[in-house]
Design a protein around this ligand. Structure first.
Ligand SMILES: Nc1ncnc2c1ncn2[C@@H]1O[C@H](COP(=O)(O)OP(=O)(O)OP(=O)(O)O)[C@@H](O)[C@H]1O
Length: 236
């Protein structure tokens, strides 16, 4: 996917938020977007997701399946979480089977029968994440996904991001808390003064190592490794 000379402002006479942005997004890459409050991170993510069109310039080759979790989940909907997610699955033309699997992984099964409007901020964010992941995304855009998440989900999310990247997906994450700062191979984009400065991540050769741990400690070790951005697989 490629952005060429993209500029954006919210109204015809409003100030330019982004100017003359040229960016290339490679399949399989993880991109962490940082910048000060109001710098334009959410705006850049909306442009990438196709929620808003550029005021000038072009966005080419956007992948087919885009998952987008906004920073503020639209609360106040008169559905249960299951009804909302089932509806979203229908719109995307995918089976609702993924809802249970994702809810389990993000420790959100207890939320499924709650009204969407009653969710806490962190719980709403989990539902927003599940919504973005219903169809395996070619491009996944997460706006401040770590804010408000509990320790388990904060640890699980980098692993999920790593798996999508391993399958050739591109992931763009705005991240105030720098949770992905040390994610292996991540690219870093800094939004400031209407421009985006890019820094390519190092891509060291990868190997598989086997680690033997006591069964009682397996969950804890796995969570620690996930939090550091490593992918794990249980054998036996
Ligand atoms: N819907 C909107 N209409 C008009 N201006 C907007 C709108 N959304 C954002 N802006 C303006 O665009 C600029 C960039 O906002 P944006 O939300 O993209 O920044 P951000 O880097 O994501 O900030 P934060 O870290 O606080 O979330 C700001 O000056 C903001 O006031």
């Amino acid at each position: 996917m490629r952005l060429s000379k993209v500029s954006f402002r919210y109204s015809r006479r409003g100030p330019w938020v982004l100017r003359d942005i040229d960016l290339t997004l490679r399949p399989g890459s993880v991109i962490e977007v940082t910048g000060k409050n109001g710098a334009g991170k959410s705006t850049l993510l909306r442009l990438l997701a196709g929620i808003v069109p550029p005021s000038r310039g072009t966005v080419a080759q956007r992948p087919r399946v885009v998952g987008y979790a906004p920073d503020v989940f639209p609360i106040g909907q008169p559905f249960t979480v299951t009804a909302y997610l089932t509806h979203m699955a229908e719109i995307r033309g995918v089976s609702p089977d993924a809802i249970g699997r994702l809810a389990e992984r993000l420790e959100a099964t207890h939320l499924l029968e709650q009204p969407v409007g009653d969710l806490s901020k962190g719980s709403a964010q989990k539902v927003g994440l599940i919504q973005a992941l219903l169809a395996p995304p070619d491009l996944l855009i997460l706006d401040e996904p770590f804010a408000g998440l509990d320790a388990h989900t904060r640890g699980e999310l980098p692993a999920m991001i790593g798996e999508i990247a391993a399958n050739g997906g591109t992931i763009v994450v705005s991240d105030h808390q720098n949770q992905l700062e040390n994610f292996p191979g991540a690219d870093h984009w800094l939004v400031a003064g209407g421009t985006v400065t890019t820094q390519a991540g190092e891509r060291p050769e990868q190997v598989v190592i086997e680690v033997l741990v006591d069964a009682a400690e397996a969950d804890e070790v796995e969570q620690k490794l996930h939090a550091d951005g490593y992918t794990t697989r249980r054998a036996g």
